[in-house]
Design a protein around this ligand. Structure first.
Ligand code: 5GP
Length: 318
């Protein structure tokens, strides 16, 4: 297979045309970003860890009846995929309250969400991926009501399969984001499922094993990705788990500071939260007050949590 012209370059992956009709190559780069692209780095081998985990999980899901775009790996960071007409939705499934659901709603971090909660965002960086509801999705013609029902059914099936697989490795699947596309009339799982798109906690210690390590400078990101990639991709992980229920040990509570006087009309409507982005690398791009109020990260009680630079609040932590 020959790699041809670049079709699309995202924040961490590039998609290329190939000489095979209906097949693309996805290259997982070593770029890592967070806070709406406000924090960026290049971390050696990150692309291959994410590609390896994605390939393993796509194969596991395919074996269990979930159609995916995965064809094969060309090398540790390049994946051959089937061409899909991507649907611009970010489908997020949550088993445990963490991240934006804790910032935006009165959930306590670590609370088990049973049944799992599905949240669907509009994939649109310029609009900071606003949350949608079923009516908006249909009105915007992003998917039909029938497709949407199918997407939710598949998302819950993927969740059940991944919860089981992660549990076998002592990992709690807190939440994850997936994207779908159409291959003819079939809805297929596309994009990736990796440490960048899942929130994973060690069942015993509650240690973060995902991009939160990078977002909040909780430790050595690549050592964590390397360890968790090995843990997830061991054959034993795909064996049936004895216990499938996601048991969530108590976590340190997320500290939400006392309310400050609101400075804008929008901010006045929402509870102000204190952000924790690394002091050394302030977020450069100021964002609109509305988006900031919606997505501002709370201060995470962690060893290396630091205060955000005054007046600069990232729109989101992704
Ligand atoms: P949250 O809404 O709490 O920021 O994210 C929920 C889950 O979806 C997390 O596991 C997060 O990593 C994933 N997620 C949300 N948005 C994105 C995105 O734009 N890109 C990626 N890779 N993952 C996302």
């Amino acid at each position: 297979m020959k790699q041809k012209a670049l079709l699309y370059k995202g924040k961490a992956k590039s998609v290329f045309r190939t000489d095979v009709k209906g097949q693309f190559i996805v290259e997982f780069r070593d770029d890592i970003t967070a806070f709406d692209g406000g924090k960026k780095d290049v971390l050696k081998n990150k692309g291959s860890y994410n590609a390896g985990v994605s390939a393993f999980l796509f194969e596991y899901l395919e074996k269990n009846g979930v159609p995916t775009h995965f064809v094969k790996m060309l090398d540790p960071r390049r994946m051959v995929v089937r061409e899909l007409a991507m649907i611009p939705l970010e489908v997020i499934v949550r088993n445990v309250a963490a991240g934006s659901i804790v910032r935006n709603y009165p959930f306590k971090e670590g609370t088990k969400l049973s049944p799992p909660i599905i949240v669907i965002d509009y994939k649109d960086d310029a609009r900071h991926d606003p949350m949608l509801n079923d009516e908006l999705i249909v009105a915007l013609k992003l998917a039909t009501a029938k497709e949407l029902a199918e997407i939710k059914t598949i998302a819950l099936k993927i969740n059940a399969l991944l919860v089981k697989l992660m549990a076998a490795q002592g990992i709690t699947l807190v939440d994850f984001k997936i994207e779908f596309g159409r291959s003819g009339k079939t809805i297929c799982l596309g994009d990736e499922i990796s440490m960048d798109s899942m929130r994973l906690w060690d069942k015993k210690t509650n240690e973060s094993l995902d991009k939160d390590v990078y977002r909040f400078e909780k430790g050595d990101v690549m050592a964590t990705y390397n360890r968790v990639a090995k843990r997830i991709t061991t054959k034993a992980a795909a064996a049936p788990a004895k216990k499938t229920a996601a048991k969530v040990p108590a976590r340190k509570p997320v500290k939400v500071p006392a309310k400050k006087p609101a400075t804008t009309k929008t901010a006045a409507k929402k509870a102000p939260v204190k952000a924790s982005v690394p002091a050394k690398k302030p977020v450069k791009k100021p964002v609109a007050a509305k988006a900031a109020a919606k997505r501002a990260p709370v201060k995470i009680v962690a060893k290396k949590a630091v205060k955000k630079p005054a007046g600069k609040t990232p729109a989101k932590t992704r």
